[in-house]
Design a binder for this molecule. Structure first.
Ligand code: H79
Length: 598
C-alpha cells in the first residue's frame, strides 16, 4: 500500500469509522455506551469482570510475519492481505499447521493466574480459516491440517472449569478465502460478489455451529461489519440469539445492535463512559503472532492500563498471540502472571467497580464502589501529601487496601489531604481507599487540573481545554506499523489568532516551573509563532517540526519547552494558547506539561 493511501485511511476514513470526535462535555452529556437503547439483562457479569483475555490464533500464527523471505510489521493476522497471498498458496499453510504444543489447560490456567475473567478467541479471522471442527467448510483445523483435532472443545472446557467466561471472535463479513466473502480483491472480483450468499452459506451456519457445539458462550465477538442493511443485521442477530439468548454480542456486529460498546483497536476514551464497554489492546504491536515483534508491555504498563480503563468505567481485553506451535509467547506468560500477582491483592479496586468520581490527578486515577473511592496511586507525591480536590462529603476513614492500616487525613474546605505512608517508589500501583457517607459530585471536566511540585511532571491534557473560535478537541487515529492503531485526543484547528485553548489549573505550592507544549507539527506548520499566557504573563515561541515532509507520516509528538515561570502563590491560574498569525494550524496540541524546576 502506498504511503499516501495510508494517510488518507489513517487520518480520515478510520477516524470516522473507529473513533469519535470529542468536545468538552460535562458528565450528563457523556456518551452512554448502551448502543442498542435497552440494556441486555445479562450484562452484569461483563460489567464486573473488568479484565479479559483476547487470543488471536490462526494460520497467520504459523506464517509469523514472514512470507517468501520478506518480513512484515504490524498486524500479523493481515499478512494474507498485506502480501496479497493467493487462496491457493494460503491453503498450503494449512497442510503444515500442526500446533502440537497447544495445551488448553495451560492457557486457561494462565488466564486464571493473571486474574482474567473472560476469554475470547478467534474461531475464524479474516483469513477465513476455522480454528474448530466445521461441517460448513473443510477449510478448518480438523479437516485441513495434520493436527486433525478441535482445540476449541478443550479450551471451552478448561475455561469453564476455572469459572472463566468463554467466547468466540468471528469475522462475520471479511472472509478472504471465499469468492463471496468481504475484501479479497486479489483473488476475486469485488463486482461479482454476492455477500448474502456468503452469509447464508458460510458465516451464519458456522456461527450456529459455534453457538451449538461449545456449551454456553459468554460472548460472540464480531468485527468489521459489512454487506448488510440494518434490517438484515437485525435478522442475522435474531437468528443467532435464539440459540443462546444469554450470550453477549460485541458492538461490531454493526448497525448499533450489539450489547456493549467496543472502542477502536487500542483506544481508551479520554473521559468516563457510562454503560458497558471494553477497550481492546494487544500485548505487543500485532494481534496475531509475529516472530520479530518483541514490543511487549511490562506488567507495570498492563496494570496501569487496566486501572486507567477501569477508572473510565470499562473493561480491558488484552490480546496475546500464540505461535504456530500453540505456545503463548514467554513474555506474555511472564508479564501476565506478574499482573495476576498484583490483582490477587488489589483486585477489590478493579473487579466490580465503576468509573472514578475523582478527575485524573498527577498521582493517578480512581475507581468506585458504593461509599468507596479507590485511589490508584501510580506516582507518590514526594512529600506524601495526597490531594483529593472537590471531595465535599463526610470521610469516615482512609486506609491502604492491602494492609487495611488507617491513615491520617485532613479536610480543608472541599479538599481532602491524606498523609501517605512511605512506600516503595518502584511500586507500580499502590491502592488507598476512602470510605465516605454522602454523595460525591460526579466526575467533571470543569474541575481545575492539579499542578504540584511534588511530581516530576504535571500533565494537563487536551480534553480539559475550553476552546474558542475554530479550535476543536478531537480524537485522532493513526498508526505507525500496518494496523497498529493509536488514538490521541488533541486540540486541532487553532489557525487564527482568535482561536484559543484555555486550561484552568490549581497550583498547590509556589515554585518555578518549566512549561512544555506537547504537540505534533507537520512540515506545513513549521516555524509558526504561538503565544502561551499564564494569567497576564505572555510567552512567545516558534513551532518545531515533528513529522516527515510527507504528509502521510503518522503523528509524532515533541515536548517543547516554551516558558519558564514562577507561581508566587498557590491558587487557580489560567493557561491560554493561540497562534500569532492567521491561516495555518499552529500544531496538534496533546497536552501542556508543567515541570517543577529543580
Ligand atoms: O483482529 C484485529 C484486527 O485484525 C481487526 N480488529 C482487531 C481486533 C481489524 N480488522 N480490521 N481492522 C481492524 C481495521 C482495518 C483497517 C484497515 Fe488497514 C485500514 C484495513 C485496510 C486499511 C490497517 C491498515 C489494516 C490494513 C491497513
Amino acid at each position: 500500500m502506498k504511503l499516501n493511501h495510508w494517510f488518507i485511511l489513517n487520518l480520515f476514513i478510520i477516524s470516522t469509522l473507529f473513533s469519535q470526535s470529542v468536545t468538552a462535555q460535562t458528565m450528563d452529556q457523556m456518551w452512554d455506551s448502551n448502543v442498542s437503547g435497552k440494556e441486555n439483562p445479562n450484562l452484569q457479569w461483563f460489567k464486573d469482570a473488568k479484565f479479559g483475555m483476547f487470543i488471536h490464533w490462526g494460520l497467520y500464527s504459523k506464517i509469523a510475519g514472514e512470507w517468501n523471505g520478506k518480513r512484515y510489521y504490524g498486524s500479523g493476522e493481515w499478512i494474507m492481505n498485506q502480501a496479497k497471498i493467493k487462496v491457493a498458496d494460503y491453503n498450503k499453510v494449512a497442510s503444515t499447521f500442526n500446533p502440537t504444543g497447544f495445551n488448553a489447560d495451560e492457557w486457561a490456567q494462565l488466564a486464571a493466574d493473571a486474574g482474567i475473567k473472560y476469554m475470547v478467541i478467534t474461531a475464524k479471522h479474516h483469513e477465513g480459516f476455522a480454528m474448530y471442527q466445521s461441517k460448513v467448510s473443510n477449510f478448518n483445523i480438523v479437516d485441513a491440517t495434520p493436527y486433525k483435532k478441535d482445540p476449541m472443545k478443550a479450551l471451552a472446557e478448561a475455561n469453564r472449569k476455572r469459572g472463566i467466561q468463554f467466547g468466540f471472535y468471528y469475522s462475520q463479513f471479511q472472509d478472504w478465502h471465499e469468492p463471496n466473502g468481504g475484501r479479497n480483491s486479489w483473488d476475486f472480483d469485488e463486482a461479482k460478489k454476492d455477500y448474502q450468499t456468503y452469509y447464508r452459506e458460510k458465516a451464519i451456519p458456522q456461527l450456529k455451529e459455534l453457538l451449538t457445539n461449545y456449551g454456553p458462550l459468554g460472548i460472540v465477538w464480531f468485527d468489521t461489519p459489512g454487506g448488510m442493511t440494518k434490517e438484515q443485521t437485525q435478522t442475522f442477530v435474531n437468528e443467532l440469539r435464539v440459540l443462546q439468548p444469554k450470550t453477549l454480542f460485541s458492538s461490531r456486529v454493526g448497525q448499533g445492535l450489539g450489547d456493549y460498546k467496543d472502542f477502536g483497536d487500542s483506544e481508551v476514551p479520554s473521559t468516563p463512559i457510562k454503560g458497558a464497554w471494553e477497550s481492546i489492546y494487544t500485548h505487543n504491536d500485532s494481534w496475531g503472532y509475529i516472530k520479530h515483534d518483541m514490543n511487549f508491555k511490562s506488567s507495570k504498563e498492563i496494570i496501569q492500563l487496566l486501572a486507567n480503563v477501569a477508572s473510565k468505567g470499562g473493561n480491558l481485553m488484552l490480546n496475546v498471540g500464540p505461535d504456530g506451535d500453540g505456545k503463548i509467547p514467554e513474555y506474555s506468560v511472564k508479564f501476565l502472571q506478574q499482573t495476576g500477582k498484583w490483582l490477587k491483592v488489589n483486585g477489590e479496586s478493579i473487579y466490580g467497580t465503576t468509573y472514578g468520581l475523582i478527575a485524573a490527578q498527577p498521582w493517578g486515577v480512581s475507581t468506585s464502589k458504593p461509599g468507596k473511592q479507590y485511589l490508584h496511586v501510580l506516582t507518590r507525591p514526594k512529600n506524601g501529601k495526597l490531594l483529593i480536590p472537590d471531595f465535599n462529603v463526610n470521610v469516615k476513614k482512609v486506609y491502604e487496601l492491602t494492609d487495611k492500616k488507617e491513615l491520617p487525613f485532613k479536610k480543608i474546605g472541599k479538599e481532602v489531604w491524606i498523609d501517605l505512608p512511605l512506600f516503595n517508589q518502584d511500586a507500580v500501583n499502590t491502592v488507598f481507599v476512602i470510605e465516605y457517607a454522602g454523595t460525591v459530585p460526579d466526575y467533571s471536566l470543569q474541575t481545575p487540573i492539579t499542578v504540584s511540585s511534588q511530581f516530576d511532571e504535571n500533565n494537563v491534557d487536551a480534553v480539559f481545554a475550553q476552546t474558542t473560535g475554530n479550535a476543536k478537541i478531537q480524537s485522532l487515529t493513526y498508526s505507525h506499523y500496518y494496523g497498529d492503531w493509536k488514538h490521541t485526543t488533541c486540540i486541532t484547528n487553532m489557525k487564527d489568532s482568535t482561536d484559543r485553548a484555555t486550561f484552568t489549573i490549581n497550583v498547590t505550592e509556589p515554585g518555578d516551573y518549566h512549561v512544555k507544549a506537547e504537540y505534533s507539527c507537520p512540515q506545513e506548520s513549521v516555524k509558526l509563532e504561538g503565544s502561551l499566557s499564564i494569567n497576564n504573563q505572555e510567552f512567545l515561541f516558534r513551532t518545531l517540526r515533528t513529522s516527515e515532509f510527507d504528509k502521510s507520516s503518522p503523528l509524532l509528538f515533541i515536548k517543547h519547552t516554551v516558558a519558564t515561570t514562577t507561581f508566587s502563590k498557590p491558587g487557580i491560574y489560567h493557561i491560554a494558547i493561540h497562534p500569532l498569525q492567521n491561516g495555518k494550524e499552529l500544531f496538534k496540541l496533546k497536552s501542556v506539561i508543567l515541570e517543577p524546576v529543580k
